[in-house]
Design a protein around this ligand. Structure first.
Ligand SMILES: [Zn+2]
Ligand SMILES: [Zn+2]
Length: 362
């Protein structure tokens, strides 16, 4: 059987290649892709802004069906029985369990996280990325069965934004009754709002776009601060203070991806509180920052990149338990067929769509 994979030959240029779908090695899975979203990372790569990746396969936010199980695969990584035809989600990275961060239990920082993801398609077993008909899930990738009541749309988005913010919030230690400012009502921010809401936190969302703030309310934000109504840093800090007894928030999460948000967020944290820094991921861009300010106020910074694999299972459980409560399906606003991936990427880059999704042929 042949499968098809979309390949970026250089930024802005895409072609399709065909390969024989390989048999899975023991412990691996051949999955057939149902849908795969265009994430900010893909747009970044497509536009030529990524520091390292200039060509190859694209796609990592996906939901798939088990086509063929490798020898010995009888259960998913949470111990649930798995068979051909089951819907699954999988981490796009691996935990090698042998590098130093893995030995320290910091699996999310694994040195070999991207050993397989996005390799050139000519490299065996070809199906390394998810803008493709098939996906080779290696034995080291953690995969989980998708609960029956979770839609393809919601499941596809879970292995990036949702698991990442879930993990970041847990790392921070936020709990019932804490206040949380979220800077940026994009995919990460909206997912974080819903999860923090369910944890019993008081959620304050800051964003510049009124429509996104309306959406944030549907995702569990208790309060919103519009940057249009509060055009200065001082005004926004003041607005946070007003909502937090004059102290500042217990936690601030930066998922705006804008450098200025970090020092601004620092001013919104109460003395002794925590800053969760997740949105700024491109190295080499700097902004003035006053270390003495955070020392004198005892502010801790927590960072989170990717997540520990079991968070993908926690995301599935979250989506299943909160079915219908938050409009997760609506985060994907436009579907594209596999032969229109260029349009999906271009329209995403031009911000004509928020979250495009590629639906693979059945
Ligand atoms: Zn992503
Ligand atoms: Zn490792």
């Amino acid at each position: 059987m042949k499968g098809q994979i979309a390949v970026m030959t250089e930024p802005g240029k895409l072609t399709y290649q065909e390969y024989t779908v390989p048999d899975p090695e023991p412990g691996a899975i051949i999955a057939r892709i149902l849908r795969s979203n265009v994430c900010g990372t893909e747009v970044h790569i497509w536009c030529g802004h990524h520091p390292a990746k200039r060509s190859g396969g694209l796609g990592h936010e996906t939901v798939a069906v088990v086509e063929k199980l490798g020898a010995g695969v009888t259960h998913d990584f949470a111990g649930q029985p798995i068979k051909e035809g089951d819907r699954i989600v999988s981490t796009y990275f691996i935990h090698c369990r042998r590098c130093y961060p893995c030995q320290k239990g910091q699996f999310y920082l694994c040195d070999n996280a991207y050993r397989f993801w996005g390799l050139q398609p000519e490299v065996d077993p070809h199906f390394h990325a998810t803008f493709a008909t098939h996906w080779y899930i290696h034995p080291e990738q953690m995969f989980y069965k998708v609960p029956d009541n979770v839609s393809d749309q919601a499941a596809a988005s879970a292995n990036c934004a949702q698991s990442q913010v879930y993990f970041g919030l847990d790392l921070s230690g936020i709990t019932y009754g804490d206040s949380l400012v979220i800077q940026g009502a994009g995919g990460l921010g909206l997912n974080a709002a819903a999860i923090a809401h369910e944890k019993g936190a008081e959620v304050i969302m800051v964003d510049a776009v009124p429509l996104r703030l309306e959406e944030a309310k549907k995702f569990g934000a208790h309060h919103t601060i519009s940057m249009a109504d509060h055009p200065t840093v001082e005004a926004r800090v003041e607005a946070v203070n007003k909502l937090t007894g004059g102290r500042g928030a217990d936690y601030v999460m930066e998922v705006a991806g804008v450098l200025e948000a970090f020092p601004e967020g620092m001013k919104m944290v109460r003395a002794g509180g925590k800053m969760i820094s997740m949105g700024t991921v491109t190295p080499g861009k700097t902004i003035p920052y006053d270390p003495a300010y955070s020392v004198r106020r005892g502010i801790t910074t927590v960072t989170a990149l990717r997540y520990n694999g079991p968070y993908l299972k926690k995301s599935m459980d979250f989506l299943s338990a909160n079915k219908g409560k938050y409009p997760f399906d609506a985060l994907l606003d436009k579907d594209f067929k596999m032969d229109r991936i260029v349009d999906a990427l271009d329209e995403s880059a031009a911000r004509k769509v928020k979250r495009a999704s590629i639906v693979m042929p059945k």
